[in-house]
Design a protein around this ligand. Structure first.
Ligand SMILES: *[C@@H]1O[C@H](CO)[C@@H](O)[C@H](O)[C@H]1NC(C)=O
Ligand SMILES: *[C@@H]1O[C@H](CO)[C@@H](O)[C@H](O)[C@H]1NC(C)=O
Ligand SMILES: *[C@@H]1O[C@H](CO)[C@@H](O)[C@H](O)[C@H]1NC(C)=O
Ligand SMILES: *[C@@H]1O[C@H](CO)[C@@H](O)[C@H](O)[C@H]1NC(C)=O
Ligand SMILES: *[C@@H]1O[C@H](CO)[C@@H](O)[C@H](O)[C@H]1NC(C)=O
Ligand SMILES: *[C@@H]1O[C@H](CO)[C@@H](O)[C@H](O)[C@H]1NC(C)=O
Length: 320
């Protein structure tokens, strides 16, 4: 065997060993992909791409530490179940105009068997955006980016993650089927505008359990097409409580069917459990099979409220 051949074989051996080791464990640590100036955007994209291509279950790991992350889309479909495990503190750009004009800062979509886990925190650093939020006065206002978009996910779990100071809603769940949030904790100040915790729309089998959500707006809200939703052992406050709606603003809304809110505590919220619909619309919206059980209210101004003339900031004519 000549030297050149054997060194080629050696290189091949090392290479195949290296890929064998990572792909066998299916672990993709973003640290191995570089992070110039602490910015992990490209590292996260590369790690995701490889993990998503893996034919065995894979895990992208973001270890402890502080990181910067720009707007990012992480998309499937992937070849096998995939998990993103976050231990670190991840910071969004402070300037709301530095997120490519996207609706969401971190977006996961079109994935089956997705898990987001770890004790890490996604910090939207929303203070600058809140000051520029004029949605209460202007119906055509610019909506700044939410911390999370979870769209078209099936059989997925979001657990132990913290979402802090989003520029707008914290998490939007859309087009999902069988997704569970557990110990998903949301934290934003009482006076931060439109920082709803979790908004659900056009999704089936969404479980939100064992979590604490404190924000400046709704704790959890259900938009049209929410079906088979379970909200259990959630503590809300501060904020505006748990809400079905608002419904009836747009044509072709899908019904909200099947909601169980159980063993929840609302503490220092202005509303408790609420159903809100816009007045005077010609559309017919349906909300049915709504079940509330064992709800503890502490210092709640409107514990149970059904508002069929929901019209914040007089944005509509009340011809109910
Ligand atoms: C999720 O489930 C829906 C309905 O079964 C299916 O059409 C869609 O392709 C699934 N998405 C993925 C990413 O597997
Ligand atoms: C829902 O998703 C979870 C998590 O992937 C999975 O364990 C469970 O089997 C799924 N349930 C159904 C009814 O498919
Ligand atoms: C309720 O959720 C909290 C976390 O917010 C958890 O510590 C507690 O164990 C949960 N209780 C039950 C009965 O699951
Ligand atoms: C619901 O709360 C009751 C006490 O209020 C507790 O005994 C029970 O374990 C809770 N159940 C769940 C499923 O959290
Ligand atoms: C309500 O919230 C206040 C302030 O966060 C806290 O001190 C208190 O223990 C909470 N009460 C209940 C019953 O959860
Ligand atoms: C009651 O809730 C309001 C906000 O809705 C809050 O400002 C006030 O401090 C709360 N009172 C107590 C005793 O926690």
């Amino acid at each position: 065997m000549n030297i050149q051949l054997s060194s080629t074989i050696l290189a091949w051996l090392i290479l195949s060993l290296a890929t064998h080791v990572t792909s066998q464990q299916g672990i993709f640590n973003i640290r191995t992909y570089g992070a110039p100036n602490g910015d992990i955007t490209n590292a996260f994209k590369s790690a995701w791409k490889e993990a998503c291509a893996s034919t065995i279950p894979s895990k992208v790991v973001i270890p402890e530490g502080w990181y910067k992350l720009q707007q990012i889309d992480l998309e499937g479909p992937c070849n096998a179940p995939i998990e993103v495990q976050v231990h670190g503190m991840i910071l969004s750009p402070k300037n709301p105009y530095h997120l490519n004009g996207q609706d969401q800062w971190v977006r996961f979509q079109y994935i089956n068997f997705f898990t987001l886990s770890g004790k890490g925190t996604f910090d939207g650093q929303g203070q600058m955006a809140w000051k520029q939020n004029n949605c209460p006065r202007n119906t055509n206002c610019i909506r700044f980016a939410m911390n999370f978009g979870f769209a078209f996910l099936n059989n997925s779990i979001i657990q132990d993650i913290n979402s802090k100071d989003s520029k707008y809603f914290h998490a939007n769940v859309f087009g999902c089927n069988n997704i569970t949030f557990t110990n998903f904790n949301v934290n934003a100040p009482e006076n931060s505008p439109n920082t709803d915790g979790i908004h659900i729309g056009r999704s089936t089998k969404v479980n939100i359990i064992n979590s604490k959500i404190g924000t400046g707006d709704d704790c959890i809200s259900l938009g049209d097409g929410s079906r088979q939703i379970v909200i259990r052992n959630i503590t809300c406050g501060p904020g505006h409580g748990i809400s079905v709606g608002s419904l009836g603003k747009y044509p072709n809304e899908e019904p909200v069917v099947g909601l169980i809110v159980k063993n929840c505590t609302l503490n220092n919220t202005n509303n408790g459990v609420r159903i809100k619909t816009w007045p005077g619309t010609s559309v017919i919206s349906i909300a049915s099979h709504l079940h509330f059980e064992n709800i503890v209210m502490v210092n709640v101004s409107n514990p149970v409220i059904i508002d069929q003339e929901y019209c914040p900031w007089n944005q509509c004519s009340k011809k109910a």
